[in-house]
Design a protein around this ligand. Structure first.
Ligand code: PLP
Length: 344
């Protein structure tokens, strides 16, 4: 197969270093990895195989299809969206994956199917997925073989009284169920302190370079760097415009490069006149509208950059989110299928 004219450079050392840092910050708790949405867009198998080799033992996906993709690795997978009727056969057949049961119906369905090891999500304030604390007290979980009892934080990335309230509501469940372990913290939750780590943490975004807490900033390295190939370089005379709707006008003669990247690749229109890239070691700005498959950059400062050269897109998640208004999650999970994904 020929290589694509755009690629994601994926730094395997940085991924593993981020996981190790998060594991250290988790104290005595085990540190897992959220690899849903195809490893936040990096490729779930590439991520999970590297983290498993580093010692990670607990992986989290959204659906049974995502669990199946990890089957060849033989790692333990928790399926966060639980167990629909359509999932029962796959769940019973799976050697490595177990459901995270979220509702009264899901629990009944799992029991009726014969049960086995499972996880359970308890809602302590998100009002999204999970059974209620009162359901636990009423004995809903009695007799279930629960590996991990979980809850999920609403505002871990902010200073909010909700954090301590959820932590305390969750801590009150310790010993109430037969669960072997308890798990509350995502990436930002780990930064809240050891009393949020319980027995197992579930970071996602910070494994991949996302930083949502000043506590994590010194520990987290960039993992994903998009690069696009230069397709054409031209001189645009002063007064002429570049791109759809002529939103950018050359104030002086300008060297313009058109590169193989666009909003269909997840490089959204909010980068128009705002994105940054590097060519030949110098910073070069995006000019005009981002097209579906193409972006124009001003390469006047990079005289030697030519057709076929690779342009590196500035994509550090915290800075790029601040510049565009997109969330760090949207930035990373939106990167599309047309990128070659290349680990180093
Ligand atoms: C996605 C997810 C995580 C990981 O969250 P990050 O903010 O990416 O660290 C952890 N737990 C649950 C239940 C999730 O859905």
């Amino acid at each position: 197969m020929t290589s694509a004219p755009l690629r994601l450079r994926l730094d395997g050392d940085a991924l593993v270093a981020n996981w190790r840092a998060l594991a250290t910050l988790s104290g005595g708790a085990a540190c897992g990895a959220a690899v849903k949405a195809d490893g936040y867009g990096l490729g779930a198998c590439g991520v999970a195989s590297r983290l498993a080799a580093a010692g990670c033992r607990d992986f989290f996906v959204a659906t049974w299809g995502e669990a199946r993709a990890l089957d060849p690795l033989g790692v333990a997978v928790s399926v966060l969206h639980g167990l629909r009727e359509e999932d029962v056969a796959a769940a019973r057949a799976s050697k490595h994956a177990r459901p995270v049961l979220n509702t009264v119906d899901q629990i009944r369905r799992w029991r009726d199917a014969g049960g086995g090891a499972c996880d359970v999500m308890v809602d302590t304030g998100m009002n999204r997925l999970g059974i209620g604390v009162a359901d636990v007290a009423a004995g809903l979980l009695d007799g279930l073989r629960i590996e991990t009892l979980m809850s999920h934080l609403v505002s871990a990335d902010e200073e909010s009284p909700l954090n301590a309230r959820q932590r305390d509501a969750f801590a009150a469940l310790r010993g109430v169920t037969g669960a072997r372990r308890m798990s509350l913290a995502n990436s930002a939750g780990i930064a809240l302190g050891r009393d949020y780590a319980f027995d197992l943490t579930r970071p996602g975004i910070s494994l991949y370079g996302g930083v949502q807490s000043p506590v994590l900033a010194p520990h987290i390295r960039q993992v994903v760097t998009p690069q696009a190939q230069l397709l054409q370089r031209r001189r645009v005379p002063a007064g002429q415009t570049v791109g759809y709707n002529a939103t950018w006008t050359a104030a002086a003669d300008t060297q313009v490069a058109t590169i193989n990247l666009g909003y269909a690749d997840g490089y959204l229109r909010c980068f128009s006149d705002r994105g940054l890239a590097r060519a030949g070691g110098v910073a070069v700005p995006v000019i005009g509208r981002v097209s579906m498959d193409l972006v124009a950059i001003d390469v006047s400062a990079a005289p030697d950059v030519a057709e076929g050269d690779w342009i590196t897109i500035d994509y550090a998640l915290p800075e790029t989110a601040a510049r565009t208004g997109l969330s760090q999650y949207e930035l990373i999970t939106g990167l599309g299928d047309r990128f070659d994904r290349i680990w180093s």
